[in-house]
Design a protein around this ligand. Structure first.
Ligand SMILES: *[C@@H]1O[C@H](CO)[C@@H](O)[C@H](O)[C@H]1NC(C)=O
Ligand SMILES: *[C@@H]1O[C@H](CO)[C@@H](O)[C@H](O)[C@H]1NC(C)=O
Ligand SMILES: *[C@@H]1O[C@H](CO)[C@@H](O)[C@H](O)[C@H]1NC(C)=O
Ligand SMILES: *[C@@H]1O[C@H](CO)[C@@H](O)[C@H](O)[C@H]1NC(C)=O
Ligand SMILES: *[C@@H]1O[C@H](CO)[C@@H](O)[C@H](O)[C@H]1NC(C)=O
Ligand SMILES: *[C@@H]1O[C@H](CO)[C@@H](O)[C@H](O)[C@H]1NC(C)=O
Ligand SMILES: *[C@@H]1O[C@H](CO)[C@@H](O)[C@H](O)[C@H]1NC(C)=O
Ligand SMILES: *[C@@H]1O[C@H](CO)[C@@H](O)[C@H](O)[C@H]1NC(C)=O
Ligand SMILES: *[C@@H]1O[C@H](CO)[C@@H](O)[C@H](O)[C@H]1NC(C)=O
Ligand SMILES: *[C@@H]1O[C@H](CO)[C@@H](O)[C@H](O)[C@H]1NC(C)=O
Ligand SMILES: *[C@@H]1O[C@H](CO)[C@@H](O)[C@H](O)[C@H]1NC(C)=O
Ligand SMILES: *[C@@H]1O[C@H](CO)[C@@H](O)[C@H](O)[C@H]1NC(C)=O
Length: 395
């Protein structure tokens, strides 16, 4: 099977889940619709009945005809005068998969970025799906990936824990450099969705191991272990994260603002007490670490019956502030990794959340209903020392 076909199979599977679900996400308004459009636009061998079933109003992007009936050059839509002349503080590299500017692969542009520069390197990436495994090494700081929208620009690969020396190396994109920024682009892992009990099928979309990283308007698509928020201070705003088990995990110190966290765990029968997913698995291992995940003004929805977090390490720290939760959250809310010795050291808190999943009456005893003072630690960018670096990096 070609990677394109694999990719498509994956999208079809996700759609099947979405359509079969009681908690229906309208496929026509899901970001996945647009990614499927994108995928189909580059795939010729898809049965048309599947296309029409999934996307009634699908319009192929690359078959656009000119008004006078001739088929134009694929580069006709490419923005004129791009890239612009380098301003003082940034320098541009341009990626277009159809070859309309310097680079056709994102990795080639990363390789071309200078190791040491007073300027930020903006890698401008045109619409399209880039099938690449990408590494940003430690010695390439100050890189920005600028996409054209997380529904229309995506990087995808399909490694799993088995195919890549373990989960930590399965990321389609791996960021080891500091000061990385991504805007309006999606990161995907399109490996087969694990069946319950599968071993070695975890598949990370992105690993973020550099300090002071920011993601604005980005998408993260995978199933188990989608977003490896590994280490460093990270900021996420207006992002869309999809997964099933532990789909945001790692030992980062991170603020997620105004993000959608969408579970794609299998729908469970009404009344079932099984839990088949977890939004987070934070890896704080010592009381001396100041790491943690803070979610502010977010939305949790999708399918399955999931925990807000599992205590991957004994000092796991996660809070949800002002977040709307659909009725996919198990009433106990959280899990101590089935290790009661962790109950004394984990920090799982909720503050002013709403929605059917946010009812705290049946929460596990170790869960904290935060007061104003406690919540204020997590509520804004000071949690990640954002005042020092955030504006500077994202401007
Ligand atoms: C990734 O896709 C390629 C091409 O379809 C396939 O050969 C390979 O086995 C896939 N890898 C995994 C881990 O599924
Ligand atoms: C069709 O229009 C394009 C510009 O939109 C022009 O370059 C081309 O020559 C036209 N072809 C014919 C046959 O008129
Ligand atoms: C940018 O460079 C130009 C010419 O080198 C200089 O005149 C201008 O003051 C610089 N602008 C900034 C903001 O540094
Ligand atoms: C990109 O292409 C332009 C010409 O279109 C060229 O002047 C420039 O040097 C190229 N940049 C790189 C980094 O290859
Ligand atoms: C990264 O950019 C900042 C300014 O934006 C600069 O001070 C720093 O030296 C750069 N780092 C490297 C290694 O080039
Ligand atoms: C992302 O794209 C939207 C819509 O095209 C645009 O309004 C917004 O400014 C972009 N944001 C970033 C950070 O690039
Ligand atoms: C991963 O590898 C193990 C051991 O070789 C094997 O038992 C398992 O089926 C593999 N998992 C997947 C998803 O391929
Ligand atoms: C966590 O704390 C240990 C010491 O207890 C320290 O060595 C390590 O660097 C810290 N890790 C992070 C990510 O802060
Ligand atoms: C919660 O959300 C409301 C409106 O959506 C906003 O006014 C309020 O400031 C938010 N609270 C926090 C702590 O962010
Ligand atoms: C609590 O959340 C509601 C929305 O559900 C919001 O209107 C209100 O401002 C929030 N309160 C605080 C203190 O953030
Ligand atoms: C919260 O859950 C409890 C126990 O299931 C129930 O009695 C109560 O009515 C719920 N509260 C709301 C506001 O739904
Ligand atoms: C908030 O909770 C903390 C920890 O339980 C407590 O020490 C503090 O006094 C509380 N603050 C307020 C204003 O209730």
């Amino acid at each position: 099977m070609s990677l394109k076909t694999t990719c498509l199979t994956y999208f079809v599977a996700i759609f099947a889940v979405l359509l079969a679900s009681r908690h229906v996400i309208d496929p026509n308004s899901s970001p996945l619709k647009h990614i499927v459009d994108l995928s189909l636009a580059t795939t010729s061998s898809v049965p048309s009945n599947i296309i029409s079933y999934l996307i009634p109003n699908h319009i192929g992007r690359h078959h656009k005809k000119k008004d006078n009936g001739t088929i134009g050059s694929i580069c006709d839509d490419f923005p004129r005068g791009f890239p612009p002349p380098d301003p003082n503080t940034t320098s541009y590299l341009c990626v277009d998969r159809n070859g309309c500017c310097n680079f056709t692969l994102v990795q080639a542009a990363v390789d071309a970025a200078p190791a040491v520069s007073q300027k930020r390197t903006i890698i401008w990436i045109n619409n399209g799906l880039y099938y690449e495994k990408i590494l940003i090494p430690k010695n390439k700081p100050n890189i920005t990936f600028q996409g054209q929208g997380y529904e229309s620009t995506a990087i995808a690969w399909n490694d799993t824990a088995n195919s890549s020396h373990g989960t930590f190396y399965s990321g389609s994109v791996q960021v080891y450099a500091d000061n990385f920024v991504a805007k309006n682009i999606s990161f995907m892992n399109v490996a087969p969705i694990p069946n319950p009990g599968d071993f070695g099928a975890q598949a990370v979309a992105i690993r973020i191991s550099g300090d002071q990283a920011a993601f604005l308007g980005c998408g993260f698509f995978g199933a188990q272990d989608t977003l490896h928020d590994d280490r460093g201070r990270h900021y996420f705003k207006d992002c869309y994260v999809q997964g099933s088990i532990d789909f945001i995990f790692g030992n980062g110190r991170s603020l997620y603002e105004n993000c959608q966290l969408i579970s794609m765990a299998n729908p469970v029968p009404p009344g079932s007490r099984n839990v088949n997913g977890a939004v987070t698995a934070h890896g704080r291992a010592s009381k001396d670490n100041n790491t943690g995940f803070a979610f502010v003004n977010c939305f949790i929805g999708g399918t399955g019956r999931v925990w807000l977090g599992r205590a991957w390490r004994p000092f796991s720290r996660v809070v949800f502030v002002n977040t709307t939760m659909a009725d996919i959250i198990a009433p106990e809310g959280w899990n101590d990794f089935n290790d009661p010795t962790r109950d004394q050291t984990i920090f799982f808190g909720e503050y002013n959340c709403s929605g059917a999943g946010a009812n705290m009456t049946m929460r596990a005893p170790f869960v904290q209903k935060l007061n104003d003072t406690q919540a204020s630690t997590f509520r804004n960018v000071s949690f990640i020392d954002g005042g020092d670096w955030l504006q500077h990096n994202i401007n």
